[in-house]
Design a binder for this molecule. Structure first.
Ligand code: NFE
Length: 472
């Protein structure tokens, strides 16, 4: 007899996510046969932005999420630069890359140590107070001295994250939300002193990634070989590309691209649509390219089960994130699975931290940091970049000098999307099917797979109905 198991809310993620799995016995093994992934809050930033001065877009959209505000600021600036016909000078471009890189390191360390690792270690006797209890204690957990060492690293990872924020704030003015990103560049001036201060922190973080994070990620992969097979999902990967290496971004640290069942494919952002057959939006909000996107909530939509729309490339769901970036760029070839997401994220942190050291060398004290621009009366623009969790797009239209339309698609919109118009599940939903469940009262297997995507529902959805479980 199939059983339905609901995890609501899923903890150790950002934002509010409900996972519902149907569990049945297949070939003598109890496993997930179907999954539903529901964003239980409404975001609505598109509605907030309408009618506002376009130059404020970076300030507003950063408030979508405290974990990846830098990416939202950058996507907004890129959209405005596209609309205004300006390009950041080299200093401005490198400063933005360095702040974004600092945010990636902070976010990747957060994901590994504070969100994902507790799924794999037995903290009994080590962390016995809230928020580490109550907890699942499964027979396959890492215990003993190895667990004690990992808990020490869990604690030192807080220091690493503080240093990453501190480092980014040198050029950002402050963090989590950036004060210095504007259309046309970055308002922070370059000096020998601030470059040296950034480099000192970066070197400490490079050592942490090299000596602590990477070995711990490899340890996890060795201890849990099954997770290199579990959570594979649909097999399609997409990245918009990020970290521009020249003016205008024709060269990037991570190039734009796709993998369709392992085969490289060209990428045309015009192929993106958002579908809403199972989302709480009006039918008119569906099947639109985001440049003409519409966000009309409809909580009573029959068959709806999520506040997330279902973004699709063509008609196909795609996984976004560090694994997609690293695989599409030929930097990661081990495979697609829950563990591969964890390993690719750690390897990406190392690659990026090393690249950042080179970008510091390119900064020129006194050289321009911003190209000024002005707001046209009527225009449109798109900003495509990568947040730590994957490709991020901002599309905007300007009429009478103010924002007439704004559409944001975050990586978690893709990864945690519900079924689309054709009934095809989103990437997390697909990755859960076939996952074995030994103990229904402690569904660690489901959490390990969901956490491997590092979902951020704060990025995807945003408001509650007080007193109501909106997801049912
Ligand atoms: Ni709220 Fe975000 C990232 C974006 S995820 S963390 O990374 O955009 O959807």
């Amino acid at each position: 007899m199939p059983t339905t198991l609901t995890i609501d809310p899923v903890t150790r993620i950002e934002g509010h996510l409900e996972i519902q799995v149907t569990v049945d016995t297949v070939g003598g093994q109890q496993q997930v046969t179907e999954a539903r992934c529901a964003g239980t809050m409404f975001r609505g930033f598109e509605i907030v932005l309408a009618g506002r001065d376009p130059r404020d877009a970076a300030l507003y959209t950063q408030r979508i999420c405290g974990v990846c505000p830098v990416s939202h600021a950058l996507a907004a600036c890129l959209a405005l630069e596209d609309a205004f016909g300006i390009v950041a000078p080299d200093n401005g471009r490198n400063l933005r890359n360095l702040v974004l890189g600092a945010n990636y390191i902070q976010s990747h360390v957060l994901h590994f140590y504070h969100l994902s690792l507790p799924d794999f270690i037995d903290t009994t006797g080590l962390l016995d107070a809230s928020p580490w209890t109550p907890r699942y204690v499964r027979p396959d957990l890492i215990g003993g001295a190895a667990a004690a060492t990992l808990v020490q690293h869990y604690v030192s990872a807080f220091t690493a994250r503080r240093k990453a924020h501190q480092m980014g704030a040198i050029f950002a003015g402050k963090l989590p939300c950036v004060g210095s990103f504007v259309a046309g560049g970055c308002t922070q001036q370059v000096s020998a002193e601030n470059v040296a201060a950034f480099r000192t922190l970066l070197n400490e973080l490079r050592a942490f990634i090299q000596n602590v994070y990477l070995p711990d990620a490899n340890l996890l992969a060795t201890a849990f070989p099954a997770y290199s097979q579990l959570g594979q999902g649909g097999g399609n990967l997409l990245t918009f590309g990020a970290f521009d290496l020249n003016a205008g971004g024709t060269s990037k640290l991570f190039a734009r691209g796709r993998r369709v069942n392992g085969t490289p494919a060209a990428t045309d952002p015009q192929q993106i649509t958002e579908q809403v057959a199972r989302s709480w939006y009006t039918p008119a909000s569906g099947n639109r390219h985001p440049s003409v996107g519409l966000t009309e909530p409809d909580r009573d939509r029959p068959d709806g089960y999520s506040w997330l729309k279902a973004p699709r490339y063509g008609t196909t769901p795609y996984e976004l994130g560090p694994l997609a970036r690293m695989t599409v760029n030929g930097e990661y070839t081990r495979g697609i699975s829950a563990m591969d997401r964890i390993l690719a994220r750690a390897q990406e942190a190392m690659k990026l931290a090393n690249a950042m050291n080179g970008w510091l060398d390119e900064l020129v004290p006194g050289a321009p940091v911003v190209q000024p621009g002005s707001v046209p009366q009527t225009t449109a623009g798109v900003g495509l970049t990568e947040a730590p969790r994957g490709g991020l797009g901002h599309w905007l239209s300007i009429e009478d000098g103010v924002i007439s339309r704004y559409q944001v698609i975050t990586p978690t919109n893709w990864n945690a999307s519900p079924r689309d118009d054709a009934g095809v599940p989103g990437p997390i939903e697909a990755a859960l099917v076939g996952v074995p469940l030994d103990d229904l009262s402690q569904p660690s297997e489901v959490l390990r797979v969901v956490h491997s995507f590092d979902p951020c529902l704060a990025c995807a959805v945003h408001a509650v109905r007080p007193g109501r479980q909106v997801s049912r």
